[in-house]
Design a protein. Structure first.
Length: 138
């Protein structure tokens, strides 16, 4: 006979757990509970590790997209600087009788955004300084 330490019910010897409150009465019952809990913890840890891997993959994709966007912006900026350099060197003239300057000697640069809206920036040519030489590292 096993006397339950939790509820004081007297259980038959074959019971590993208390008939009334399910408290473990023998060491094997404690081991079973411990093994079951360890199994649950292991499953939760595996799930967490998998979620972390998926999150990391998604963040890596987002980082790569941002890097690609930054590289595209860098290329766009190089093109803008080239246009400004040409405008500055030719005092805004394209050919003999055309200019890329407005009445305030500004170069207008623009694009159409994702909402089909025209976005323009006007850069005063007289405020542009072109550095000659030098090198840039990426």
């Amino acid at each position: 006979m096993h006397n339950c330490p939790r509820c004081n019910l007297i259980n038959i010897i074959e019971n590993k757990y208390c008939f009334k409150c399910s408290y473990p009465l023998v060491p094997e019952a404690f081991d079973e509970i411990k093994q079951e809990e360890e199994s649950k913890i292991h499953a939760l840890m595996q799930k967490h590790v998998q979620e972390l891997k998926e999150t990391t993959k998604e963040k890596d994709r987002e980082i790569q997209l941002l890097k690609d966007d930054m590289n595209a912006m860098r290329d766009d900026m190089k093109n803008i600087f080239e246009v400004l350099k040409i405008a500055k060197q030719n005092d805004g003239r394209i050919g003999k009788d055309r200019t890329m300057l407005d009445e305030n000697r500004r170069v207008t640069l623009g694009y159409v955004d994702n909402n089909n809206q025209i976005v323009e920036v006007k850069v005063p040519l007289d405020g542009v300084e072109i550095a000659n030489g030098g090198s840039a590292t990426e």
